[in-house]
Write a protein that binds this ligand. Structure first.
Ligand code: GTS
Length: 223
């Protein structure tokens, strides 16, 4: 039994996440599942096992994460997030809303790639400039909240219902604040949004659990 299935109740028989022992690209999907009261199984792949075995060859695109739900096997973290969003009602009510949510999620992915490039490729030389660029990078999300009822009554990044892009954004904001604790200082709506979403009872419980806190954010120990 995974640490997650012992902590959280509710049943999604057969839902399994296969990934390295990090939060990485699985944190947002784990947050979504925990917040939606679901359980899942974790298959943890040690990095030496990955490079010495045949698993890589069996993965579409040769990478993890992989999510299995019954007979469905998915790769690509954002496709997985969208699938979980559709399955658990964290998506739009029509194709136009879904397209807007996808657009926001793609914006999160763009910033995540910049963050991951820093972490894995030029942490020492690029950290100061990356931190300097954050207000400019994050202002777009502040703008989305502003346009969403001035960020006041609206709880979420799109409309008034949580969607899969919220979990992706909140996960990235958590990582960015770990990198630079003051990065939301000049972005009051984003700061309030982060607090609001991470205070949701089930999500807050998950974020305090060993299943989350004991996992490193990234595979190389940088954060
Ligand atoms: N676009 C993919 C996604 O979103 O799932 C990227 C997946 C990816 O980069 N996976 C890395 C991997 O499998 C691990 S991590 O970057 O998510 O931590 N690396 C091992 C390898 O052999 O490429």
């Amino acid at each position: 039994m995974s640490p997650c299935s012992s902590l959280f109740t509710g049943a999604v028989p057969g839902l399994k996440i296969t990934y390295f022992p990090v939060r990485g690209r699985c944190s947002a999907m784990r947050m979504l599942l925990a917040d939606q009261g679901q359980t899942w199984e974790e298959e943890v792949v040690a990095i030496d096992q990955w490079f010495s075995g045949d698993m890589k060859k069996s993965c579409v695109f040769g990478q993890l994460p992989k999510v299995q739900d019954g007979d469905l096997v998915l790769f690509q973290s954002n496709a997985i997030l969208r699938y979980l969003g559709s399955k658990f009602g964290c998506h739009g009510t029509d194709i136009k809303v879904n397209a807007e949510i996808d657009m926001i999620n793609d914006g999160v992915e763009d910033l995540r790639i910049k963050y991951l490039t820093l972490i894995y490729k030029n942490y020492e030389t690029g950290k100061a400039d990356f931190i300097k660029s954050l207000p400019d990078e994050l202002k777009w999300f502040e703008g989305l909240l502003k346009n969403n009822n001035k960020g006041e009554s609206a709880g979420f990044i799109h409309g008034e219902k949580i969607c899969y892009a919220d979990y992706n954004l909140v996960d990235l904001l958590l990582n960015l604040q770990t990198l630079e604790p003051t990065c939301l200082k000049e972005l009051p709506l984003l700061q309030a949004y982060y607090q609001r979403v991470t205070s949701r009872p089930a999500l807050s419980k998950y974020l305090k659990s060993d299943a989350h806190t004991k996992l490193p954010i990234n595979g190389n120990g940088k954060q």
